[in-house]
Design a protein around this ligand. Structure first.
Ligand SMILES: NC(=O)c1ccc[n+]([C@@H]2O[C@H](COP(=O)([O-])OP(=O)(O)OC[C@H]3O[C@@H](n4cnc5c(N)ncnc54)[C@H](OP(=O)(O)O)[C@@H]3O)[C@@H](O)[C@H]2O)c1
Length: 244
């Protein structure tokens, strides 16, 4: 049985990814901040086809809460085939106007948590890759097109997502020879709660559907360990291809 840890599984893109993996019979560890949301999610994932599902609430901004998530996965499954770093917070504001009270939290959730989770999960990912050397193990991080191409008005958010892109690239340099590869997804606006604030400018029907992001993740997890795709930029049709 393949297994995955998915952060931000309660809503939006993370929820879509969790169900796609459930349909493929993955054993799952799912996390977000509210245990009741996760407890409600577990039976739905199992009905969709998941193996065992471990649900552990944690705030990604609380660094000490992160190692126990990986430990819970390790106790349940002994190895990890996929780590989906999806939880994130959106923070709007230009350099001159950003509310700096949001700075630490944005970096903590969008970047530091990813680093801490990868660091603690590496032994389990290496174990997953050793058990299935042809496929290896894969980390998928939800970055953003604003991390790949600077976007005015999203200064801190874009910087946190650029840091995640860099982390993924370094991980490939350090670990891909051991069978652990990583991809950062860098989408423009995706139609979820997070992008609702922009819906007066950008109609939700012109945003990327969650299902398309999920499809890319499914494809990535089916690649062999020989192929590294460091980043996938998903642009919105009708744009320059570099804007959110
Ligand atoms: N939507 C977009 O336009 C878009 C575009 C590019 C990239 N992305 C990225 O894609 C990822 C998913 O976005 P989405 O649109 O699906 O967002 P969403 O609908 O707002 O869902 C965010 C998820 O992250 C979790 N989360 C947020 N803050 C957390 C925290 N402090 N601790 C633990 N979990 C936390 C939420 O869980 P709870 O609130 O239930 O705890 C929820 O499950 C994010 O990293 C986002 O930056 C989104």
């Amino acid at each position: 049985m393949r297994t995955a840890l998915v952060t931000g599984a309660s809503r939006g893109i993370g929820r879509g990814i969790a169900f796609a993996l459930a349909e493929r019979g993955y054993g799952l560890t799912v996390t977000s901040r509210t245990q009741a949301d996760l407890d409600a999610l577990v039976p739905d994932l199992q009905r969709a086809g998941a193996g065992p599902v471990v649900a552990v609430a944690a705030d990604m901004a609380a660094r000490e809460a992160l190692p126990p998530l990986v430990e819970a996965h390790g106790r349940a499954f002994g190895s990890m085939d996929a780590l989906v770093l999806n939880a994130g917070v959106g923070t709007a504001g230009g350099i001159g106007t950003s509310d700096l009270r949001r700075l630490d939290k944005t970096i903590a959730v969008n970047f530091t948590a990813a680093l801490v989770l990868v660091q603690h999960a590496l032994p389990l990912l290496r174990q997953g890759a050793a058990e299935a050397p042809a496929r290896g193990a894969r980390v998928v991080g939800l970055s953003s097109i604003t991390g790949a191409y600077a976007e005015p008005g999203l200064a801190v958010y874009g910087a946190s997502k650029a840091a995640l892109l860099s982390l993924v690239e370094t991980l490939n340099l350090e670990e891909s020879a051991n069978g652990v590869t990583a991809t950062a997804l860098a989408p423009a606006y995706v139609d979820t709660e997070m992008s609702a604030w922009a819906s007066d400018r950008i109609p939700p029907e012109s945003m990327i559907p969650v299902a398309d992001v999920v499809e890319v993740v499914r494809m990535l997890l089916d690649l062999s360990a020989k192929t590294v795709i460091g980043r996938v930029v998903l642009s919105r049709a009708g744009t320059s291809g570099r804007e959110a």
